[in-house]
Design a protein around this ligand. Structure first.
Ligand code: ARG
Length: 393
């Protein structure tokens, strides 16, 4: 019997996919990746495992990948200041290559000839999964049941799940499509497809409404070492707990909400809202620290790299030669990115208000308008003449 490893979430789509693949003659091994998705109410990994088995899986692997995710995927993206179309901090996009990597690993371990995922044919995630699998093992067959099967609506899937006795709780009909991990939440569909309408409060899961927050700001100090966030307010954290902590604090102050129409890789524009409190706080702080310690030319060039980096992540090209080369560049820029940034969280905003670093390139004696000025203003005259010379008519 042909064996297939399916990336399994426990939801309706992938549960139907288990049965659907089995009916097509596959032995189905399910892989559940724990990226800090915070399972829904009344849900746990045991329940998910049970559901996979009832649906027809022969085996279920559940793996906590949170540390690897933050260390090997989130952190490089943070160092690169990767942000897609100026707003999206890439939580979903960063998780896919990691899940795909384990799909391939498990396929080898289980001697499976194929892998599968539950993505639709309209999104970016199918691309990220399949391109990554193709890079890591081009011999593996890839099946995307949702692109192929006969069900035309959620209702038809529910009926199929019922007929197959798969325990799916459909009472809480989800009004949105949600993807969540420790780096952020992506929310789309439902009323969000109406572009003129503000996203309703119930679409947000992690952040308090900025209008309902105390009028007192919250100050935070983030300390970085070589581009890696290490401490909050003087207390050392491991990366995963640091992110969890900032999600909590940021969420309380309504920080990290985004609402955008983005360009998908497959050529569709889609409206998506995001919540990423920790990512927003760390991105803001990291960028501010770089402003202090990187010279102008490096800082400006790095912005170009950030843009390209975010596209590579979004386009599913994590394991590409260019991304690897950009990582080398980015890492070489981080040697002096150490120091502390003080931030003010206030009614949904996150603003840097203080900074210090042993590698600071700020020279008060040059910039001051007060006492102790060492900048020789007379030199400016000659500089300007030469600078503007080529443009004089
Ligand atoms: N648009 C985002 C991306 O392509 C998120 C995709 C998943 N979103 C969702 N709500 N299920 O990375």
């Amino acid at each position: 019997m042909k064996k297939i490893v399916l990336a399994y979430s426990g939801g309706l789509d992938t549960s139907c996919a288990v049965r659907w693949l089995k009916e097509r003659g596959f032995e189905v091994v399910c892989f559940v990746a724990d990226l800090g998705q915070g399972l829904g109410e009344g849900e746990d990994f045991q329940a998910i495992e049970g559901r996979a088995l009832v649906a027809g899986a022969s085996k279920v692997y559940i793996k906590d990948l949170q540390d690897e995710f933050v260390q090997d995927f989130v952190l490089p993206a943070l160092k690169a200041n990767a942000i897609y179309e100026g707003k999206y901090l890439l939580a979903t996009a960063l998780g896919r290559p990691l899940i795909a990597k384990y799909l391939v690993e498990l396929a080898h371990k289980e001697k499976a000839s194929a892998v599968a995922h539950g993505c639709t044919g309209k999104g970016n995630d199918q691309v990220r999964f399949e391109v990554t699998v193709g890079i890591l093992d081009p011999k593996l067959e890839i099946i995307a049941p949702v692109r192929e099967w006969e069900f035309k609506s959620r209702e038809e899937e529910i009926e199929y799940a019922h007929m197959s006795n798969i325990p799916i709780d459909v009472s809480k009909k989800k009004p949105y499509s949600i993807d969540r991990n420790i780096w952020g939440i992506s929310i789309e569909a439902g009323v969000l497809e109406n572009l003129e309408q503000e996203a309703p409060e119930d679409a947000y899961l992690l952040t308090k409404s900025p209008t309902q927050i105390s009028t007192y700001p919250k100050y935070l100090e983030v300390y970085f070492e070589k581009g890696v966030p290490k401490k909050i307010d003087g207390k050392t954290y491991k990366l995963k707990s640091l992110i969890n902590h900032l999600n909590e604090v940021g969420g309380l102050y309504g920080v990290g909400r985004m609402d955008l129409v983005e360009n998908r890789l497959v050529g569709i524009k889609s409206r998506e809202i995001y919540e990423a409190p920790a990512a927003t706080i760390l991105y803001t702080a990291h960028k501010e620290l770089e402003s202090l310690v990187l010279d102008r030319e490096l800082a400006h060039f790095k912005e170009i790299i950030s843009l390209k980096y975010s596209e590579l992540v979004y386009y599913g090209l994590w394991y590409s030669p260019l991304k690897e080369a950009l990582d080398s560049f980015v890492n070489s820029t981080q040697k002096q990115v150490s120091g502390s940034i003080k931030l003010k969280l206030f009614k949904g905003s996150c603003i840097p208000v203080g900074r210090k670093s042993p590698y600071s390139l700020y020279k008060k004696e040059l910039s001051t308008y007060g006492k102790g000025d060492k900048f020789d203003q007379k030199l400016a005259e000659g500089f300007i003449k030469i600078w503007g010379m080529p443009y004089k008519r």
